[in-house]
Design a protein around this ligand. Structure first.
Ligand SMILES: Nc1ncnc2c1ncn2[C@@H]1O[C@H](COP(=O)(O)OP(=O)(O)O)[C@@H](O)[C@H]1O
Ligand SMILES: [Mg+2]
Length: 211
């Protein structure tokens, strides 16, 4: 078995990398896939979330999080990928060497971006890295406000970058933050809410893109 590897990256901090990693991991694991998230951000927020989660649910083979401080040129990823269905890499907020290795290891580079000009411009170095590595990219608009005018302009700007954009947009919802704080996901706190449906649509879209 060799896992599909998703690298969730974007040099801008606060774009929603960790939030999307946690939510996608739980959504994909709920579909009976064995999922491992490699937390390569020294801040280790995803690992902190997962510890809380383990206090609630105990260990769960279907979903694992490993804090990794050195990808060892990607050998850490291929080792984990051998025994899992999906590996998700939660990247630090820069386009440095570890992010480059993570991108090189990936089947799909997922780039969350908030719909503001500065955030979109900040994706450039990440997109350039992915292009140099010849990796497919999926831009995901995150924290999208209910008023969509700005988003449409931003969409046009992002289109100019010539990479695929997710049809699913993730709204600006306090539940995302509130749930992570409890070791949960928005979908677990409100299974029929909008956040839950956005994440399951996004997960399906990602599975389609990675084949
Ligand atoms: N869709 C969203 N709606 C509301 N808040 C969000 C959303 N996505 C992320 N956030 C919040 O934005 C902040 C940064 O998110 P985070 O996932 O830590 O970004 P990154 O990992 O890219 O630095 C956190 O406080 C998080 O709760
Ligand atoms: Mg993060």
């Amino acid at each position: 078995m060799s896992a599909k590897v998703l690298c969730v990256t974007q040099q801008k901090g606060g774009a929603g990398k960790t939030t999307l990693c946690a939510h996608l991991a739980v959504a994909l694991a709920a579909g009976r896939r064995d999922v491992t998230v490699l937390d390569i951000d020294p801040q280790q927020s995803l690992t902190t979330w997962f510890r809380k989660r383990e206090e609630l649910f105990g260990e769960d083979d279907g979903l694992e999080v490993e804090a990794v401080d050195d990808l060892r040129r990607g050998s850490q990823v291929s080792k984990v990928a051998r025994s899992r269905d999906i590996v998700i890499i939660d990247c630090p907020p820069h386009a440095g060497n570890e992010a480059k290795i993570a991108i090189r290891s990936a089947d799909l580079v997922v780039v969350p971006v908030q719909p503001s000009p500065m955030d979109i411009w900040a994706t450039r170095p990440t997109l350039n890295l992915a292009a140099r590595e010849g990796k497919p990219v999926l831009i995901v608009f995150n924290r999208v406000p209910a008023r969509a005018n700005l988003t449409d302009e931003m969409l046009a700007e992002a289109k100019g970058y010539g990479v695929k954009m997710a049809r699913t947009r993730v709204g600006n919802r306090v539940l995302f933050a509130g749930a992570l704080n409890e070791g949960l996901t928005a979908g677990e706190m409100a299974p029929s809410g909008r956040a839950a449906s956005e994440i399951s649509r996004l997960a399906r879209e990602i599975l389609r893109v990675t084949g």
